[in-house]
Design a protein around this ligand. Structure first.
Ligand SMILES: Cc1ncc(COP(=O)(O)O)c(C=O)c1O
Length: 383
């Protein structure tokens, strides 16, 4: 199959794009304008308003969790997830090198040290097998805590990320974290609408973080959400993300150092309208993914399908080119021809800020970095 055939096929999926086919443009199918106008008409555009509570309820209901708490973006939701799961300054946190930089940055904001372990071939996300091996070689459980034998630091959390919406092996992570006395935190920024064995991603960790950035399946313009099973911890998150203000009609009293992380009402209004159509959007995106799967079948370009026992949201469809050279050629030819494609992220351990971090063998992550390209995946107007 040559790149010209691929370009033509992608353009045929998105005939509505007359110039550039975007990787993932937002889509507004329902009440977005109505709810935004309501915010303007009522003046409730900022930190107070009914849409914030409604958005939290809608996401909690949709995912099937006890409590959802809005944040200003996915990055600070991730930071709060680590804070609320007990990560402390000087701890170590295990994650994958193949991720968007926000995962590693959030660990750094905690003054904690990221450790990068390899990803699985079937999920592109953190591998429980690689993490277990790394722990067996480098760590021990001492006094109810997991300790790195070389650095003597506490390993307090494991943060798998559901790459492009494909769930990692969550049952294995739950088991591993129990055995090794480590807290599971899910970076579910990319995985609203993705399910592992019938349960929504983000419901396996103690806390997890979603993103509603403009390029995600559902957007609030910019925004994020924390998911909790523990209602009390959810209430603590709400308190901390709203300046730790003690509720009172007029007094300004605060009982902790809090954060101004509350999503504005105007963003939540957009999110409520988006959530009303999430099923339609997911169905449409799945249809596109299945068209790609069929198109690439049997060719030298491999479509990355959802893992076994999982339902992915297919946030960004990914293909594997035969090698680095083919990856670069594909990127060049598609972008030259107005089809927006992007390589997968540079590995975190190759970035200057994280180059001295501890790593496991990273064979799979390195292979994906050389070969993966994301192709247009947004809502297609065919309906
Ligand atoms: C894996 C991952 N983590 C965290 C984030 C951060 O989300 P945000 O852009 O909303 O801050 C993103 C998305 O942008 C992401 O893809």
């Amino acid at each position: 199959m040559n790149n010209k055939d691929v370009i033509e096929f992608i353009k045929s999926l998105y005939p509505e794009y007359k110039e550039n086919v975007f990787l993932h443009a937002p889509v507004f199918l329902g009440n977005e304008k109505k709810y935004l106008n309501d915010c303007i008409d009522t003046t409730f555009v900022s930190s107070v308003g009914q849409y914030v509570d409604r958005m939290e309820q809608m996401v909690a209901e949709y995912t099937g969790t006890t409590r959802a708490v809005v944040c200003v973006n996915g990055t600070n939701a991730l930071y709060m997830s680590l804070l609320l799961s007990g990560v402390e300054q000087g701890d170590e946190v295990i994650t994958q090198p193949l991720t968007f930089i926000a995962t590693a940055n959030a660990i750094s904001y905690m003054d904690a040290y990221p450790i990068f372990c390899d990803v699985d071939l079937d999920t592109m996300g953190l591998s429980p097998v690689a993490v277990r091996k790394w722990l067996e070689d480098n760590a021990e459980v001492k006094g109810g805590k997991c300790v790195n034998k070389k650095t003597d630091r506490k390993i307090s959390a494991v943060v798998p990320m559901h790459t492009f919406g494909h769930p990692v092996h969550l049952d294995e992570f739950v088991k591993l974290c129990e055995e090794w006395k480590i807290t599971l935190v899910e970076d579910a920024a990319e995985s609203i609408g993705s399910f592992y064995k019938g349960k929504h991603t983000g419901l396996f960790g103690k806390v997890s973080a979603l993103s509603f950035n403009g390029n995600k399946t559902i957007t609030t313009g910019g925004g994020g959400m924390l998911l909790f099973k523990d209602k009390k911890l959810g209430e603590k998150a709400k308190h901390l993300t709203t300046q730790a203000k003690i509720l009172h009609r007029w007094e300004f009293k605060h009982d902790a150092i809090g954060y101004n992380y509350r999503m504005p009402n105007i963003n939540a209004a957009l999110g409520c309208a988006q959530m009303e159509n999430i099923e339609k959007v997911l169905e449409n995106k799945r249809k596109t993914a299945m068209s790609y799967k069929e198109f690439f079948a049997g060719s030298d370009i491999q479509f990355f399908d959802e893992p076994k026992d999982c339902k992915s949201n297919f946030w960004l469809n990914a293909v594997l080119l035969p090698n680095k050279e083919a990856q670069l050629k594909f990127l060049e030819e598609t972008n030259d021809n107005h089809v927006q494609t992007r390589p997968i992220w540079e590995l975190m351990n190759r970035l200057n800020m994280f180059k001295d971090c501890q790593c496991s063998d990273l064979t799979n992550a390195e292979m994906f970095a050389d070969r993966v390209v994301n192709i247009p995946s947004g809502y297609a107007q065919r309906g």
